[in-house]
Design a protein around this ligand. Structure first.
Ligand code: GLN
Length: 494
């Protein structure tokens, strides 16, 4: 059994047919990671002891005849902003360098019940702010297709781990594209569920009205399997919802053919580099071969999405990150300053804040906290924040209208394939632009799937051949439509 071939589906078959034990295969994954990850840097840390003991437990339960379901024993990689009880959770930030989670995120609780095994925590941009994983306080993750390029971000560690076979699948989080863009850059599948479909309890918050946890996998089918396992209403997240009807199912081709796909003209109006344009044309051609109908649509407020996001998101970031004050949560060891007692003295308290936040946050986090504080401040609130909320509504209404005509919308994931490490670090605006096609989806709270156009790219004249992803956007809680089309797409290009 070559672990590099494993999908969730294949792993499960192998386990049922007793080709391996969970313990054996978990060990094999750790050996492989230790050999390979020194070049990729996908993981921030491995959780070997707990993984092996969980693997053992699953083996025993299987031997006892317990039917643990399709996720039993599956080795997963988890983004470092998702809490696993007893494990460090840094969210890629120095300020949380010593923070150990005291509880399991709801998604982790659910996956533990399904028998999944967690190999380790993956690298990410600090507090999920970034598009390249270069904003991590700890290391730079490389794109497995070209080690001089970024894996995308902020879930770059998770995408790189799956793309280089160092996990069967992974969890990431997506606030403006952080699952879909790295999946596109690394040639794997990424699903951002409908806002509310998956509980955010135990996800270290970036921008709470936009954040969602979702799967990064090798196949669309696997994304559906993981999504089904983590979704659902949770009393610990008031924004979570019950109405995601999704069940793993093999949609019939005749039902898929009834879905009409919209192509928003604003997404194809320039700004795409030729290779991406060609790849997207290839994806459309492939889908047309299934006899799916296409239609041009318009999302007229698309041009305001990025500006709108870069007001709302920092506003929420500034509020969410206020809690990292050096008193609660783990602190910089250096700031082991006199805690509560001495803090009664006001200037002492201020010093704790200044020192912890000054040293603990990186440049991008600081930039967004300052920006967010500004747009929320008295006198500017109406001009920026309230206005951005109104624009957000218009963007949502564009989608509502479009979905009266079509069932699914197809777009590129990013304007370019993976860029070079260091290429955009000095120019935040250029970095922000790489999310131009993914951000509107978060503002509207919709589900969207990133799929590699061609896992073995042929038509692109890029050197080396870099993967390009296309995005399928669905109606709220209609993950079933985008996953259904995605599954048939994969069958064509097999
Ligand atoms: N790259 C975007 C940002 O920097 C999106 C990040 C995300 O989805 N977490 O905000």
């Amino acid at each position: 059994m070559d672990i590099r071939d494993l999908t969730i589906k294949k792993f499960h078959e192998g386990l049922v047919n007793k080709q391996f034990s969970v313990f054996e295969i978990t060990k094999a994954f750790f050996n492989y990671i230790k050999e390979k990850d020194s070049r990729i840097n996908a993981y921030l840390r491995l959780t070997e002891d707990s993984a092996l003991s969980r693997a053992n437990k699953v083996d025993i339960e299987l031997a006892e005849g317990k039917n643990l379901g399709i996720l039993a024993g599956i080795p997963l990689a988890i983004k470092d902003n998702i809490l696993i009880e007893g494990e460090l959770a840094t969210a890629g930030s120095k300020i949380l360098e010593n923070y150990r989670a005291s509880y399991d995120a709801t998604v982790i609780k659910k996956l533990k019940k399904s028998g999944a095994v967690f190999l380790g925590k993956t690298n990410m941009d600090e507090f999920a702010m970034g598009s390249s994983t270069e904003n991590s306080a700890f290391k730079i993750t490389k794109n497995p297709h070209d080690l001089e390029r970024v894996p995308g971000g902020s879930s770059g560690g998770s995408a790189a781990a799956v793309a280089s076979d160092m996990a069967v699948a992974a969890l990431g989080s997506d606030t403006g594209g952080s699952i879909r863009q790295p999946a596109g850059f690394c040639g794997v599948v990424g699903l951002k569920p409908t806002y509310g479909a998956v509980s955010r309890n135990g996800l270290i918050a970036m921008a709470s009205s936009l954040d969602q946890i979702g799967p990064i996998t090798k196949t669309v089918e696997d994304a559906g399997i993981l999504f089904e396992a983590i979704k659902g209403k949770d009393e610990l997240d008031a924004t979570s919802a019950t109405n995601s009807e999704f069940r793993i199912q093999n949609s019939e081709l005749q039902d898929i053919r009834k879905l009409k796909i919209g192509l928003p003209k604003e997404y194809f109006a320039g700004g795409l580099i030729k290779e991406v344009e060609e790849a997207i044309e290839e994806a459309i051609k492939n889908l047309k071969s299934l006899k799916i109908e296409f239609k041009e649509i318009s999302l007229p407020h698309t041009k305001y999405a990025l500006s709108c996001y870069y007001i709302i998101m920092p506003a929420e970031v500034s509020a969410n990150l206020a809690r990292f004050d050096g008193v609660r949560y783990a602190r910089l060891s250096d700031a082991k300053l006199r805690i509560h007692a001495n803090a009664a003295n006001k200037s002492e308290l201020l010093n704790i804040y200044l020192k912890t936040r000054g040293e603990g946050f990186g440049d991008e986090a600081k930039r967004r906290i300052i920006l967010g504080t500004f747009v929320l401040s008295s006198g500017y609130y109406d001009a920026y924040y309230s206005k951005a909320q109104k624009v957000r509504r218009l963007i949502k209404e564009d989608f509502d209208k479009a979905f009266e005509e079509v069932d699914v919308i197809l777009t590129p994931v990013s304007p370019t394939p993976a860029f070079k490490i260091g290429e955009k670090t000095d120019d935040p605006l250029q970095m922000y632009l790489s999310d131009i096609f993914t951000i509107p989806v978060n503002l509207a709270g919709l589900p969207a799937l990133s799929i590699p156009v061609n896992p073995k790219p042929k038509t692109q004249n890029l050197k080396p051949n870099l993967p390009v992803g296309f995005q399928l956007i669905g109606k709220p809680f209609r993950e079933v439509d985008i996953l259904g089309i995605g599954q048939y797409y994969e069958k064509i290009i097999e």
